[in-house]
Design a protein around this ligand. Structure first.
Ligand code: AMP
Ligand code: ZN
Length: 478
């Protein structure tokens, strides 16, 4: 039937069709790097990543752009308070972000443009808006978008035209505006604040203009998909549409996609409310990144997630089930004819998986097909019903579906070299029937978070997911 997606613009699920056959252009609103991102932010990037992966899996060429907001009021305030330049403040957070994205197997996006490196693009766009009468300057040199000049304003957020701006990020310094609804494109310089010298004068960009300038720079005036959390519908995305379309007179984005929030304690996870968890906190508790990724993607993107310890432990158990099944398939050896019904099982799984994902990215249903398959395969392994080649084929099949989800194995689930040597030594010890030595080695590996199990296909290992990976002594007896 083909992919269908819920377009916030029309509040309905629509068939997805790229503007250009074969290629999809996708933009995601990325982080504001005044501090490290929390797992709520990562929910929105994982959602975009699953979308990108599914499009690629379905055969599209995907270009994915995610911006980094590295100048805004909070960044300036935090830098000033800490006595740092904005680069000095944001640099470490950008580095942490890259590491977090990598561990969670998000992207990397094809481009991650930084606002501070695209100020001339923003100025050019503002200049066009001034020329076309959609923007005006106030006495101090700030520039505002004139909402009155754009009758389509409010279409995305379904605003009552008389409604005033009630968004979260209404600029604090909006004095001198003609209309209270008008929003800042450009802010006049202030002493002690960073500013740029551009074709529209000296100053710094407002927040909204950066996403218009950077998305159009890399994806063209019109592109296919734009994602963000629901908090961005208004005013951020509403403003992006107005300023982009008013400047180019072309449709900006075909499909707007928004994910619901990750909550903790019944409320949106938000830095300013303090109810945040960061990936590093959870890894320090012994959870592997793919357990976190699983917890953040298993619920449909339009439904809120309440984040709890149990949900994460549950996710850890689920991803272990997947990696254990893959390890069992890899280790399996059986010289027997092929399992005649395997092809049908894999084909029907693939069909159900695709149908679920096509249905507005129904990841929960897609995961259910994978777990149904794993259950059935475990049974067939147990009963030695598969041939060696069948097992190989099945493992490749699961890894192929996991191109979309990226939860079955950690890309960095590499064994430490020392542990690999211990495993080899243990295999040799078993071969030589030195059981005591094999037990010792198993205990040593366990201390490193490598769990070893003996099966009739030989020893099998996996990295502990919940158990601490760090070397902690066994508790004293009793
Ligand atoms: P920010 O760093 O605040 O600019 O947000 C970056 C991205 O994270 C945006 O797409 C937000 O919509 C999204 N976001 C922020 N908080 C949450 C949350 N609690 N749950 C899901 N997405 C969020
Ligand atoms: Zn944005």
């Amino acid at each position: 039937m083909g992919l269908r997606l819920y377009n916030t613009l029309r509040r309905q699920v629509e068939p997805f069709e790229p503007l250009e056959p074969g290629g999809v252009r996708l933009y995601s609103c990325g982080p504001t790097v005044y501090g490290p991102s929390h797992i709520g932010n990562f929910r929105s990037y994982i959602f975009a990543d699953v979308l990108r992966r599914y499009l690629a899996w379905s055969g599209y060429r995907v270009t994915w752009v995610m911006n980094i907001t590295d100048v805004d009021d909070r960044i300036i305030r935090n830098a000033t308070e800490a006595g740092l330049s904005i680069d000095e403040l944001t640099g470490p957070h950008v580095a942490t972000l890259a590491q977090d994205l990598g561990r969670l197997r998000i992207g990397p996006p094809d481009e991650m443009p930084r606002a501070t490196e695209h100020v001339p693009d923003m100025a050019r766009l503002i200049s066009r808006l001034l020329e076309r009468g959609h923007a005006y300057r106030t006495e101090d040199g700030s520039i505002f978008f004139r909402i009155d000049s754009w009758p389509a304003y409010g279409r995305l957020a379904r605003l009552d035209p008389a409604q005033q701006r009630v968004g979260e990020r209404v600029e604090a310094d909006d004095y001198g505006k003609d209309d209270v609804r008008d929003f800042a494109l450009w802010k006049a310089p202030k002493p002690g604040e960073p500013s740029w010298s551009t074709e529209v004068g000296e100053g710094r960009p407002g927040w909204h203009i950066e996403c218009s300038a950077m998305s159009m720079r890399y994806l063209g005036d019109s592109f296919d998909l734009h994602t963000g959390g629901v908090d961005l519908i208004f005013p951020h995305h509403e403003d992006e549409i107005a300023q982009s379309e008013a400047a180019t007179r072309r449709p900006f984005v075909r499909t707007w996609l928004h994910c619901a929030h990750l909550q903790m304690g019944g409320q949106k996870m938000a830095r300013r409310d303090g109810n945040v968890a960061r990936p590093a906190d959870l890894y320090a508790q012994g959870f592997v990144p793919r357990a976190l990724r699983f917890a953040l993607l298993r619920v449909h993107y339009r439904a809120p997630i309440e984040f709890t310890d149990e949900a994460l432990s549950d996710a850890a158990a689920a991803v272990t089930r997947l990696s254990t099944a893959l390890a069992a398939l890899d280790a399996y050896r059986e010289d027997r004819p092929t399992d005649a019904s395997l092809d049908d099982l894999l084909a029907s799984t693939r069909e159900r998986f695709g149908a679920a994902m096509d249905d507005d990215l129904n990841v929960s249903a897609a995961l259910a097909t994978v777990f149904d398959l794993v259950k059935e395969i475990n049974r067939r392994l147990e009963e030695r019903q598969l041939s060696t080649a069948d097992a190989e084929r099945t493992a490749a099949f699961i890894r192929d579906l996991d191109q979309v989800l990226a939860v079955a194995e950690d890309e960095d689930a590499e064994l430490e070299e020392a542990d690999r040597l211990l495993l080899d030594e243990r295999a040799a010890a078993r071969e030589a029937r030195q059981w005591d030595r094999a037990d010792e080695l198993r205990a040593a590996l366990r201390q490193h978070g490598v769990l070893v199990e003996d099966t009739r296909d030989g020893q099998r290992w996996r990295l502990a997911t919940v158990e601490k990976r760090v070397c902690t002594p066994e508790p004293a007896g009793g």
